[in-house]
Design a protein around this ligand. Structure first.
Ligand code: HGY
Ligand code: MN
Ligand code: MN
Length: 415
């Protein structure tokens, strides 16, 4: 591999710092779909893509799409990219690294007048985390032709529907404009997503990069327990129908069951007593459920057991339980041929290629329904913490990842 590219890591990290200045809240990094901060990031990405030498458009769902044309206009496109929305109080590299790194590589190739065998299509996906509309993979689902149009009428916490948010952001918000985004797989040479690992594996092994084998698929549910609100001072413990205590017992059942398989994880990330008061036994408690594993069978067996456990806890406690499935995404295997090509680029960069599954979901798992995908993981510092402002990575690792990415693009055949 020729190390002809400059060290792009520092530029990549400083672009991530610049994007992190745009947030929906003053004291943390939160960028939800369609907010002013989201639009500011979208504008900044479009500008950087243009400056790098790409033709740029903002598409009907708000994706920022940059194209660096191949020498041959008939050449297929190698797609790459990741999301620029965030979780609440998130990290600055989750998603963004996968947009900024390709931009930096294209800028370096353009500066030296180098074209690639394929057109490189860099996509800043507008929404993956589902923070505002609980609609994960909103943006990538449009490109694969699987956008859930019922979402257009879904309100956020303030009653603003997705369609209204799109129109306010200057997007059409219409079914035909979104349906038209579906890509023709015959025009694609595959998809590669570069992403911070968001875990400790590469850090513990002292490796800067990893090749992803498969991407875990989540089952997500919205739960609510209804008991009886009553006086905290006069209701004997044996006579309570405490909704929050029931959910607490259900949470421990999730934790016990999901500790039983290596790649299985279960999380109650949200737990809320509406209109709760310090001196009232909770009459209602809402909660979320996220269960995922390295394969669907392990995950689905755990989901069945958890649902049975929650039902039996509700019955024993005399409370009502409702659980609604809000997302189910199958695990997505990465394409062996792309993984091998990527592993070859990693090895030629002097790093022993290490293969690992992804416990986190990514846009690549949606794009895998359209074209073969692969993912390059970059080491995550601070013990591998992510979905947390302490998420960090090094410029040296970003430089190495950029070299591997550039080589992967150079080795992607046009035919
Ligand atoms: O939940 C996930 O794994 C991703 O960060 N959306
Ligand atoms: Mn994330
Ligand atoms: Mn992500």
């Amino acid at each position: 591999m020729n190390h002809d590219l400059p060290d792009l890591g520092p530029a990549i990290l400083s672009m991530a710092d610049a994007l992190a200045r745009h947030s929906d809240q003053p004291d943390a990094l939160t960028v939800a779909y369609g907010t002013p901060a989201h639009r500011a990031v979208q504008t900044q990405l479009a500008q950087w893509m243009r400056e790098a030498g790409m033709a740029v458009e903002i598409d009907a769902v708000g994706n920022v799409v940059g194209r660096y044309a191949a020498a041959d206009p008939q050449a297929p496109a190698l797609m790459t990219g990741s999301h620029f929305d965030t979780v609440r109080d998130g990290g600055r590299y989750d998603g963004r690294l996968g947009i900024l790194l390709p931009i930096a590589v294209v800028a370096a190739l353009h500066a030296r007048g180098e074209r690639l065998p394929c057109t490189l299509e860099v996509v800043g996906f507008a929404e993956e985390e589902g923070l505002r509309f609980r609609s994960s993979f909103l943006a990538s689902s449009a490109l694969v032709g699987q956008f859930d149009f019922a979402l257009l009428d879904k309100p956020d916490a303030d009653g603003c529907t997705l369609r209204q948010a799109m129109v306010e952001a200057g997007l059409p918000g219409t079914v035909p404009s979104i349906a038209a985004l579906k890509r023709d797989p015959a025009r694609l040479a595959g998809f590669i997503e570069v992403h911070i690992e968001q875990g400790p594996v590469l850090l513990e092994r002292g490796l800067p990069l990893g090749v992803v084998t498969s991407i875990a698929g989540s089952v997500r549910m919205a739960g609510s327990v209804t008991g009886v609100a009553s006086h905290a001072g006069t209701t004997p413990m044996s006579m309570r129908k405490d909704a929050a205590a029931a959910v607490a017992e259900m949470l421990l059942a999730v934790e016990r069951r999901c500790a039983r398989a290596p790649t299985l994880v279960g999380t109650v990330g949200q737990l809320h007593v509406p209109n709760g008061a310090v001196n009232v036994v909770p009459g209602r408690c809402d909660f979320s459920l996220d269960i995922r594993a390295g394969d669907d069978a392990t995950r689905d067996a755990a989901v069945a057991d958890v649902l049975a456990a929650c039902e039996s806890i509700a019955t024993r406690r005399g409370v009502q339980l409702t659980l609604t499935r809000t997302m189910q995404v199958p695990c997505a295997p990465c394409a062996p041929a792309l993984m091998e090509r990527l592993a070859g680029c990693v090895a030629d960069a002097g790093v022993s290629p290490f293969r690992l599954p992804s416990g986190a979901g990514h846009d690549a798992m949606m794009i895998a329904r359209l074209t073969p995908v692969c993912m390059l993981f970059v080491r995550c510092g601070n013990g591998g913490i992510s979905h947390n402002p302490r998420e960090t990575m090094s410029a040296e690792d970003a430089t190495l990842a950029a070299r591997v990415f550039a080589e992967f693009a150079r080795r992607t055949p046009a035919g």
